[in-house]
Design a protein around this ligand. Structure first.
Ligand code: SF4
Length: 204
């Protein structure tokens, strides 16, 4: 086994161990007021690392990431890929600022993801996954990974994380309809560019 193979083998084992720890994590049980259900998907050699905010209630109930209206828009309209290409652990590592659904906020929407999750888990996952590009979804994740910058500017620029290309998307949630109306050029001009990068990386 050469040095590269040994590193890959080590990353793979470390990530599997980390994922087992995440699966058992109950750190936010008291904050949530219900049993956390960490959602994990992807292999150490996934080509795309996707980082979003937190699972929705539907994802919490089904255990399947992006198995909701936001996910359908993301997969079918924005990436324009088949479900089997999205739910392929060698294609996508599906991570988020929090691995668990955090519960409903008063009024519309979900609570913000607990900050502890990224500090405890996400940054370790980012160090182990050998992805080629990042896709960051939603203002919460974008503004956490690019402190001091706003989603509206980030969504229109090619950026880098850890030296790798990074593309930033607004949240595809139906609740975000005002942003899509205010910035129609995002879906007209920016999505075709990002879609092309996704197809190129996945060779589809
Ligand atoms: S959100 Fe993260 S830190 Fe909190 S219980 Fe879930 S896995 Fe643990």
């Amino acid at each position: 086994m050469n040095t590269d193979d040994k590193k890959q083998d080590s990353n793979s084992h470390q990530l599997i161990h980390l994922q087992k720890q995440i699966t058992q994590c109950l750190l936010c049980r008291d904050t949530f007021g219900f049993e956390p259900r960490p959602i994990i998907f992807g292999n150490y050699n996934a080509k795309i690392m996707q980082i979003s905010q937190a699972p929705s209630k539907t994802v919490h109930e089904t255990g399947k990431p992006f198995n909701d209206a936001s996910g359908r828009k993301l997969r079918r309209e924005w990436y324009n890929i088949a479900d089997e290409d999205f739910y392929n652990p060698a294609h996508f590592y599906i991570a988020s600022m929090a691995h668990c659904y955090p519960g409903k906020a008063p009024g519309q929407g979900d609570r913000r993801p607990p900050k502890i999750c990224a500090q405890q888990w996400l940054f370790q996952e980012m160090a182990l996954v050998q992805n080629e590009i990042y896709i960051v979804i939603g203002s919460y994740a974008a503004e956490a990974l690019f402190p001091g910058e706003k989603i509206t500017a980030l969504a229109f620029a090619d950026r880098r994380i850890n030296g790798k290309p990074a593309y930033i998307l607004p949240h595809p949630s139906p609740l975000n309809v005002k942003w899509f109306k205010d910035y129609p050029q995002f879906e007209q001009a920016r999505i075709p560019h990002i879609q092309n990068e996704v197809h190129k990386i996945l060779d589809i």
